[in-house]
Design a protein around this ligand. Structure first.
Ligand SMILES: [Zn+2]
Length: 481
């Protein structure tokens, strides 16, 4: 890998590039899905290649190859340079990069049991025994399980002198129970509805998820939801469980703070942002309880690494500090464009054949104090939402609507009856401004989302969100039937 990277670097520099980055990456992945008592799909893949990104006359060029020879890498370097030269004739303003240090490093992420070395029998036993427990509950018509793992090795080199090798292991799993009656069907998922929960860790993370211990509970809840009354509509104090909070943060804080969306240079999939540059100082994003950080250093997060794909070291930056907007997520180019001194280290590519884009790292809401029960006890009448089911948000990330698989009416400070089809809606800064409680560190959990889409051609990225359950006052709850 190192030799090919050096070869690409030498070729691009020798041909006259002003700046060069070369990334070589090998990624092995495995995905298992089960349905009832059988394997539904099983795949194992490996992809590897080298990407060369160059700057020439103030414009980018990028080319990549999956052929592991010196000649193929030299050709990719030449092509990248050709693209940059052609593009530079169309650019009105040259690309500049925020300054960055030069690093030589070798990083290996945490992993006690390599998930790709664990036997298929052991993995299937875990998923199928959970399925058995779900199917044992009367009224359950289908039980699903999924598990996925990735091992990524990458080498980065730049013409500025950085040489960085990183190895990351990621895995996760989840289960779903479906119940059906003449009136429709209901699904309950554990731990999330996005294929489960994921961590940058070894198989020990999957073992710790306790899928089997939760199988019966979610199956019973799916059945109970069939005959549960619809969620009442109106303005309520609401409490969101931490997995729903993760998605709330992702959509209404993570995406709008991506600086390329703000600048309009990357609008695919999730659109632009309401968080225009005039809001850089003194903009009130939420209540004083709300402090959100972009932390690429927290152990286990899907947005945790030693260096991003521009060779910028992992950082922890305040995105929202005590309710005030503080920092965008940035790359070297975007940081230079708005005149901040340094990249926030948020630039990642989904593979060797993609250019790095500004991506969330781990966008974490810092904990408050007390437990979920304390938040409930303080709520005479409200709704408690658990496990995302649906989401929609406009392309400036202002108006949103989220639904959850299950919800409970809160009466007299306690969870009362289960209600179905619960949804809430809000306007981003007003909603965060209505945050009146965040549970403490004992309820804080770091969630891994493996499937955030952005860019064209599309890039699927793994990001993290740490949060505790939180309470918001007087939110519009929709009682969709
Ligand atoms: Zn996303």
């Amino acid at each position: 890998m190192e030799e090919l990277v050096q070869c690409g670097l030498d070729a691009a520099v020798g041909a006259g590039a002003d700046f060069v980055e070369v990334r070589a990456e090998t990624r092995q992945s495995e995905s298992i899905q089960t349905k009832n008592r059988e394997v539904d799909s099983l795949s194992r893949q490996e992809t590897s290649g080298v990407g060369v990104r160059v700057l020439k006359n103030g414009a980018w060029g990028f080319a990549a190859t999956g052929v592991p020879t010196r000649q193929a890498v030299q050709q990719a370097a030449a092509r990248a340079l050709e693209i940059a030269r052609a593009t530079s004739k169309l650019r009105s303003r040259p690309v500049t990069l925020a300054p960055e240090g030069v690093y030589r490093d070798n990083y290996s992420g945490p992993c006690r049991r390599d998930p790709l070395d664990v036997s298929l029998e052991e993995k299937l036993e875990l998923l199928l025994s959970a399925a058995e427990r779900m199917l044992a509950v009367q009224g359950v018509v289908m039980a699903k399980g999924q598990m996925a793992a990735w091992r990524t090795e990458k080498v980065f080199a730049s013409s500025e002198g950085s040489r960085i090798r990183q190895q990351l292991t990621t895995c996760g799993a989840g289960i779903e129970a479906y119940a059906a009656s003449e009136g429709g069907f209901q699904r309950r998922s554990y731990p999330t509805s996005f294929g489960g929960d994921f961590n940058n860790a070894g198989y020990e993370f999957i073992e710790g998820l306790a899928l089997g211990d939760n199988a019966e509970r979610i199956a019973e809840e799916a059945v109970a939801l069939l005959s549960a009354p619809p969620c009442p509509a109106g303005k309520f104090d609401i409490i969101l469980d931490s997995s729903q909070m993760a998605l709330q943060i992702h959509e209404s804080v993570g995406h709008p703070t991506e600086l390329d969306r703000v600048l309009g240079t990357e609008l695919s999939y999730a659109g632009g942002s309401f968080l225009t540059l005039d809001k850089r100082s003194g903009y009130r994003y939420g209540s004083p309880l709300v402090t959100i950080v972009a932390d690429a250093t927290v152990p286990g997060g899907l947005g945790t690494f030693a260096y991003d794909d521009e060779g910028v070291p992992a950082q922890s930056l305040d995105v929202i500090r005590e309710g005030q907007f503080a920092n965008y997520l940035s790359s070297r180019e975007a940081a230079a464009e708005i005149g901040i001194g340094r990249s926030g280290g948020c630039c990642r590519a989904s593979g060797w054949n993609r250019i790095p884009l500004i991506r969330m790292t781990n966008i974490n809401l810092l904990p408050g104090e007390g437990t979920l029960d304390d938040l409930l006890a303080d709520t005479p009448h409200g709704i408690y939402f658990e496990t995302n089911r649906s989401w929609s948000i406009d392309d400036r990330r202002v108006n949103f609507q989220f639904g959850t698989e299950a919800a409970w009416e809160i009466k007299g400070g306690k969870r009362a009856r289960l209600v179905k089809n619960a949804m809430y809606t809000g306007i981003t800064p007003q909603f965060w401004g209505a945050c009146v409680g965040i549970a403490g560190p004992e309820e804080w959990r770091l969630w891994g989302l493996p499937n955030c889409g952005k860019g064209e051609p599309s890039q699927v990225m793994q990001v993290g969100h740490g949060t505790a359950p939180a309470k918001f006052s007087k939110v519009d709850v929709l009682g969709a039937g």
